[in-house]
Design a protein around this ligand. Structure first.
Ligand SMILES: [Fe+2]
Length: 294
């Protein structure tokens, strides 16, 4: 589990820590991938394997035996079909610039190429774009498992601490839905969804921030070449929409619903008013933003 650290503490922490076989595998993979990050300015702990690396930041989270990135609720604001893009900002975007970068690893700590990462977040005022795709975008990890997102620091909205939503999916594997958090946020202490295992490493750079986070999926990484995004673009959801299969269906966890889909739950009929993947706890009518009684 990760906690906020003073970056200067990183060296001694690394020296004290027992390095597992998987940790070494990860370090090797990251070292090979390091040149890709040149220009992003992100200082990662794994850069410490390079002889001329500056003081490192701690890994977030570590890729060690049995440690995979935890799942969190999707929330009501996911929209399938986000644009393929690594930058969510335009010249007119308001907010504090933020880059989030890192790697996608398998549980064996080998990188996963071609993993889908679908990000969505609030704008600087804490508002989600539910009619369009502002601050929504998906991308695919590179052959070395790396990814990088250019965005802004999301604003706060009632009931939550600062966070970024993401779905991560290795090719043809289950989707991991989770959220990323910022250290030193007062609301981290009161947000019941917040989990420190999902803290990014964040540092201030100029007028912006640079964050890093490595995902560890519960599948084996292979390091095999990435599939073409065009082959997998638009496939962040694993199951067909009821409207594609025809007629009314019984609501179920894991199903993909589009606006207009009709389901029954406990004998009552509901109409989907916002596309999403069904998560346990989001049964109609629990989430008015998703389902409307017919
Ligand atoms: Fe949210």
């Amino acid at each position: 589990m990760s906690t906020p650290h003073n970056p200067l503490d990183g060296l001694s922490e690394l020296a004290d820590r027992k390095i597992s076989r998987k940790g070494l595998l990860k370090a090797a993979a990251a070292a090979a991938a390091a040149p890709v990050l040149v220009g992003t300015g992100v200082a990662l702990a794994r850069d410490a394997v390079a002889a001329d690396a500056p003081a490192p930041l701690p890994l977030t989270p570590e890729c060690t035996d049995g440690h995979t990135t935890i799942e969190q609720i999707e929330g009501p604001y996911f929209k399938p079909g986000s644009p393929l893009r690594t930058s969510l900002v335009t010249s007119g975007t308001q907010g504090v610039p933020l880059t989030v970068s890192g790697f996608v690893f398998g549980r064996n700590c080998l990188p996963i190429a071609g993993a889908l990462l679908d990000f969505w977040q609030a704008d600087t005022n804490g508002t989600y774009d539910n009619s369009g795709y502002t601050f929504r975008g998906h991308q695919f990890s590179g052959a070395n498992g790396s990814y990088s997102l250019t965005t802004i620091v999301p604003g706060l909205y009632p009931g939550r601490t600062r966070h970024i939503h993401v779905k991560v999916q290795a090719p043809n594997q289950p989707i991991l839905t989770t959220q990323l958090y910022f250290p030193n946020e007062p609301r981290n202490a009161t947000d019941t969804i917040y989990d420190p295992a999902l803290l990014m490493t964040v540092r201030q750079v100029g007028n912006g921030r640079e964050a890093s986070f490595d995902f560890v999926l519960n599948v084996n990484g292979t390091g095999t070449p990435s599939p073409s995004p065009s082959q997998t673009q638009g496939s962040p959801t694993p199951s067909p929409s009821p409207s594609q299969t025809g007629g009314t269906t019984t609501w179920k966890v894991g199903a993909t619903y589009k606006a207009g889909d009709v389901v029954t739950y406990n004998g009552v009929t509901y109409v989907c008013i916002q596309g999403h993947v069904a998560y346990a706890g989001w049964e109609p009518p629990n989430v008015p933003a998703l389902w409307q009684r017919r």
